[in-house]
Design a protein around this ligand. Structure first.
Ligand SMILES: C[S@@+](CC[C@H](N)C(=O)[O-])C[C@H]1O[C@@H](n2cnc3c(N)ncnc32)[C@H](O)[C@@H]1O
Length: 301
């Protein structure tokens, strides 16, 4: 019997009971089909712990009642779904994560884009799966360093993530010391103000970045959903690691639809399956591979 049917039957029959394990299986496949993520054995265990804690906190003893809550379209149901995603998603991130890739961006990719966009004075960047914002703000700091007069340009840096709690934290731009574990102290002091144990990002950098909730797998990518298109650079790192191969293919295709013909696409190392790589044009640098749409006529400067 399918999980949903089993649970629905339990809602109407006094003889059938549903265990937390069944609920967790159902939630795992629901999360997978909603977000594109793979649910391994380890993740099932993680979800099991989350569900048990949530039920305890909500004083729900019957897993069927938890199912009814998450399935309902009520405000409480939607909030519980968001809460589950927030607890389940791995949001590990920090400023300038992967120094090699940031060196590539600073020394080659962004200078080339800035040179090409000199006439239009516009730069459009997407940090997809941005978590709490460190990646998007690191990009903004690079733009600030490379383009000191960026106020005269239209610079759009957009961060999107499925985790609403991460998006809210990103919008605040306030970080603990652990977020700076790979940044040198001088840079940290230049761009952040210390308040007790926290560091507040300078307003001038914060203003360069906007954040919004978005589902890379389920949402359509267009000007109306993102507020920008013809993107110069899309960064999606340490996100596809958790996706199943078909979902990666679909998301990459959507991303290519909003990437400028000479724009760049950067993922974490080895995150794309061969079938996705085949649809892209790879540019190999010592620090990292970066991709473009196929058959582009642009040249690196
Ligand atoms: C490990 S973090 C990576 C953060 C940052 N890109 C980095 O590399 O430091 C992965 C992020 O992807 C987000 N994510 C996972 N599935 C998503 C989806 N379908 N749509 C949008 N964001 C998603 C998670 O919420 C999480 O914040």
């Amino acid at each position: 019997m399918a999980i949903v049917e089993e649970i629905q039957e339990a809602q109407t029959s006094k003889n059938t009971s549903v265990g937390v394990e069944t609920m967790v299986d159902w939630l795992g496949s629901r999360i997978s089909s909603y977000c594109g993520t793979r649910i391994s054995e380890g993740e099932t265990q993680k979800l099991d712990g989350i569900v048990r804690k949530r039920m305890e906190l909500l004083s729900l003893h019957d897993p069927v009642h938890f199912f009814q809550l998450v399935e309902s379209q009520s405000n409480e149901g939607k909030a519980e779904w968001d809460q589950l995603l927030s607890l389940f998603m791995n949001g590990e991130t920090f400023f300038f994560r992967d120094s090699g890739q940031f060196a590539l961006l600073k020394e080659h990719i962004l200078p080339a884009l800035i040179h090409r966009r000199k006439a239009a004075r516009s730069l459009r960047i997407l940090s997809a799966g941005c978590s709490t914002g460190e990646e998007a703000y690191s990009l903004a700091i690079l733009v600030d360093q490379l383009l000191p007069h960026h106020q005269d340009w239209e610079v759009h840096i957009l961060g999107i993530d499925i985790n609403v709690q991460s998006i809210e934290r990103a919008q605040q731009g306030v970080y603990g010391q652990w977020a700076f574990r790979k940044i040198d102290a001088e840079l940290q002091q230049q761009y952040f103000q210390q308040h007790d144990s926290h560091w507040v990002l300078n307003e001038s950098i914060r203003k360069m970045v906007t954040f919004q909730k978005g589902n890379l797998f389920a949402d359509t990518f267009s000007f109306s959903t993102l507020g920008i298109d013809e993107l110069d650079l899309i960064i999606c790192r340490n996100v596809f690691l958790y996706f199943h191969a078909d979902a990666i293919g679909l998301v990459v295709e959507k991303m290519m639809g909003v990437l400028a013909s000479d724009g760049y696409f950067l993922t974490g190392h080895g995150e794309l399956p061969p079938q996705a790589v085949r649809t892209l044009q790879a540019k190999i640098f010592p620090d990292s591979v970066i991709y473009q749409r196929p058959q582009t006529l642009c040249t690196m400067s």
